[in-house]
Design a protein around this ligand. Structure first.
Ligand code: GDP
Length: 294
């Protein structure tokens, strides 16, 4: 993930370093190459446009061009802008003081919600919390079984209810957490293959019923360009607080991860890279930006 973008950018910078002094044309030509590299990595074109305009403006100053190490300064500016693109500040999972805290997960079917719910529960358990998983995906019968299996493996209680009404199950789940002294409730909701009204209405209804302390959207990094459209639709209807980017271990080009903050205004909080329960990492924009630039 992001390896080919990383290689491309490193190639562009080593070309610049080889030149010593830089002219305006050198910067323009490097920016054209950076623009192409970002587009080929599947970064949203509007995001690329803004990124390149800002970066170019900052690079084309006398201060940069006439400095003793212009190429190094250009790399620093690109690093800074890339960090800005990714969200700049770390966005940790902050639990509010309400007990039980309710975290609701939304996203398309197959995005990795159920897996992420389990990983989040695992993480919270490591941090000495006592999470409860609530299975609200009543359409895909295997989803509740999947959550149950994952919960059993980790020793985390799972509430699955016996009805077909996801709003009722979510509410009962919160009560179950109170009854069993759990301090964090993770509500796994049902997705659909595509954004549709029914899914959004259901998410809105669950949101109204359990008033989550935070809503995290799970986004499949492999979805490419479409990631931002789906996330924008959820941002408009459900107004989530942050993103869990799943399947970062896949061979996607990574542009979605680079676009989502700018398009939706919502930060990536976690990246999920693999099937194991401990493969949910906190997202650090500066570290990722440095990793991309090598
Ligand atoms: P849901 O429909 O949104 O609940 O999605 P699931 O959690 O069932 O995930 C769909 C598929 O993606 C399953 O086969 C998961 O094992 C797989 N999956 C989820 N997260 C990851 C991840 O971070 N990396 C990889 N490689 N596979 C994942």
């Amino acid at each position: 993930m992001l390896e080919s973008l990383s290689e491309r950018l490193q190639g562009i910078f080593s070309g610049l370093r080889g030149k010593g002094r830089l002219t305006e044309e050198d910067i323009n030509s490097a920016m054209r190459e950076i623009r192409l590299a970002l587009l080929e990595a599947d970064v949203n074109f509007k995001v690329v446009k803004q990124f390149c305009a800002r970066t170019k403006e900052r690079c084309l100053t006398a201060e940069v061009l006439e400095s003793l190490t212009p190429a190094q300064n250009v790399v620093k500016i690109v690093l800074d802008e890339l960090t800005e693109l990714l969200g700049r500040t770390d966005s940790k999972l902050v639990l509010s003081s309400r007990i039980p805290n309710v975290i609701m997960l939304v996203g398309l079917q197959g995005s990795g919600k159920t897996t992420a719910a389990a990983k989040l529960a695992y993480r919270l358990k490591q941090e000495k919390h006592s999470p409860l998983l609530v299975a609200c995906d009543v359409y895909r019968p295997a989803a509740a079984d999947q959550l149950q299996t994952l919960g059993d493996e980790m020793g985390v209680r799972v509430y699955r209810g016996d009805g077909k009404d996801p709003v009722a199950i979510a509410k009962e789940g919160v009560q179950d957490a109170i009854d069993h002294l759990r301090d964090v409730v993770i509500v796994d909701t049902a997705g659909r293959l595509h954004v549709d009204d029914e899914m959004m209405e259901e998410a809105e209804a669950i949101k109204r019923a359990v008033k989550p302390d935070q809503i995290l959207m799970v986004v499949d990094a492999m979805t490419g360009q479409d990631v931002v459209n789906v996330a924008a639709a959820f941002a408009e209807r459900v107004d989530f607080d942050g993103v869990i980017m799943s399947k970062m271990d896949g061979d996607a080009r990574g542009g979605g991860a680079l676009s989502i903050k700018q398009v939706t205004g919502k930060p990536i909080k976690f990246i999920s890279a693999g099937e194991k329960p401990d493969s949910l990492e906190e997202f650090h924009p500066d570290r990722i930006a440095k990793r991309i630039l090598g």
